[in-house]
Design a protein around this ligand. Sequence first.
Ligand code: FAD
Ligand code: SIN
Length: 535
Amino acid sequence: MVYSQNYDVLIIGSGGAGLSLALKLANYSIRVAVLSKFALTAGSTYYAQGGISAVFGAADSIESHIKDTLDAGAGLCNLEIVTLTVTHGKTSIDWLRKQGVIFTEEQTLSGEIRLHLNKEGGHSHRRIVHTADATGKAVSLSLIERALEHPNIELFEHHNVVELITTQNTKATEKRIIGAYVLDTQKQQVKTMAARVVVLATGGASKVYLYSTNPQSATGDGIALAWRAGCRISNMEFMQFHPTCLYHPHAGSFLISEAVRGEGGKLILPDGSPFMHKVDPRAELAPRDIVARAIDLEIKKRGIDCVYLDISHKPKQFILEHFPTIYRQCLKFDIDISKQPIPVVPAAHYTCGGVLTDSYARTDIENLYAIGEVACTGLHGANRMASNSLLECLVFADRASENILLKLPDIPRPPEIRAWDESQVSDSDEEVVVAHNWSELRHFMWDYVGIVRTDKRLHRAMSRVELLKKEIAEYYYHFRVTSDLLELRNLVIVAELIIRCAQQRKESRGLHYTLDYPDADTTKPPQNTILTPDS
Ligand code: FAD
Ligand code: SIN
C-alpha cells in the first residue's frame, strides 16, 4: 500500500481553531480533512465558559485591550501579534455570528439591543462576548454543524495522530511536511494520510498535571509531534493555573468561570474573611497568575483544602441568568451558589507556550502550520489574559487560511509514503505499566513543577522524566500502539519541555514563579525561552 487517503489540507484537531480554519478553506474548493482523537466535541473549546474578548463597549478601545494584554503578559508579549489579534476581535465575533453562534444580548435603557459583555481578570473594561456561561458549547456546536454540512470537509472522529511525516525519509531534497500516520482507534489500524499542507490544531497540554480544568484530549500531542518532527518549541514554563476550579471529591475538573469574579464574586477563607485586597489593588480581578498564587499560598500556609468563592450576595435571578451551567453543576453536589460560597482550588488550565509560529501560523517545517492553544504566537507572553485564547484561535485560523490559499497552488502532491510497519511489534501484555506511568508523571509534575517551583524540585522532576522516557520508548518500540500509550509518550515529552524551559529561566516572571529567583531579572530585556531539537 502507498497511502490510503490524500488531501489538500489535513487539520489535526476539531476545536475552535481547527474547525474555523476548515470552514475558511473549504469554500475555495479545497479538500480538507479534520481529525479528532475522540468525538468532535472533545477539545477544550466545548468547555469554554467566560467568552471571547473583543472591543465592543463604548468606553473601551483597541489600545486599552492591547495594553491590558501586554500588562498580563509580563513583558513577553509580541506587540505586533497582540495588535494584529486585538484589532480582529470584532470581525471574528461577526464571523462566528454568521456561522450561527448566538451570543447573550441585553437591552439598554433606550431600548437598543446589544451584546452583553462580561468582565474578567486583567481587563480594564467589560469586553467579553459570551453565551451565558457556556460560550464554548455554543461555538463548538455551530462550527461542527457548519462543517458537517460542507461537501469539501471530511471529519474523522476517533483518529489519533501517531507521527507527522516529512520528506526526510523520501528522495526529496528539501524537508517539508507530507502527511501523518493516524491510528483509527475504533478499528485499531494505523492509516497513512497524505496531504500537501498539515495544520496542528491539537489544543493544550494541561493534562500533564494531576489537577486540571481541561478535558482528556489536552495531552500536548501537537507539541510533542512538532518537536519530534524538528520544530522549535517556546515558553513552555508558562503553564497557566486557573484560580477557581470546583473543589469536591466527585466533581472531576469543573471550572468556576472568572466571570463570577467579574460580576462581584469574592474570594474568602474558611472563616469568611476576604484576602485578595491584601495582595493586589485589583483584588479578585488581578491577572490569573497573581490570584492563583495567592490562593495556593493561603492553602499551604493555613493547611486548608480550599478557599471559597462567594457570589451569594447577588439576587438568585441574576445568578440563574448569568451562570446557569455553574449553578446546575454545583447543585449536583449540594452546593447552592445563590445561598452559599463555592469551594475552589487552582488547577492547570492553559498552555501559553507551544510550537513557535510566525504571524501566519507557519512553523519551522515547510507547509506545517500550528493554530490555537498548541501554538506559541507571542500573543500571551508570560501569562495569558482571560478570554484571549478563543480570540487567538479565530484570528490565527484566518491568518493560516490566507497564507495556505496563497501557497497551495505551488505545493506539489506528496511523494510515495511507506505504510506503517507493524511487523516487529506485538500486543502489550502489561497495560498496567501505561496507567501507572501516567499517574506517576501527573503526580510529580503537580508536586514539583506546579505553581511554585525551585531548582531542586525541577531537578527531581527531570530525573523522573528521564527514567520514564526510557521505559516508554521501550514500550513504544515493542508493542502495538494504543491511544493511552500515544498520549503518555507525548506527555512525557511535554513534561520534559516544561522542565527544560523552567530550568532555563533564572527569574520569576508571569506564570513562572521560583523560590530560588523570586524576582524578575531587570538587568536585561525579557527573553523568550526557545528550545531547538537536537540542542
Ligand atoms: P481544543 O478545543 O482543545 O481542540 C483540540 C482538538 O485536537 C480536539 O479535537 C482533539 O480531539 C484534537 N486532538 C488533540 N490531539 C490529537 C491527536 N493526537 N490526534 C488527533 N486529534 C487530536 N478560553 C477563552 O478564550 N475563553 C474562555 O471562556 C475559556 N474558558 C475555558 C474553560 C475551560 C474549562 C477550559 C478547559 C478552557 C477555557 N479556555 C477559554 C481556553 C480555550 O477554551 C482553549 O484554549 C481553546 O478552546 C483551544 O482551542 P483549540 O482549537 O486550540 O483546541
Ligand atoms: C473562565 O471562564 O474563567 C475561563 C476564561 C479563560 O480561560 O479565558
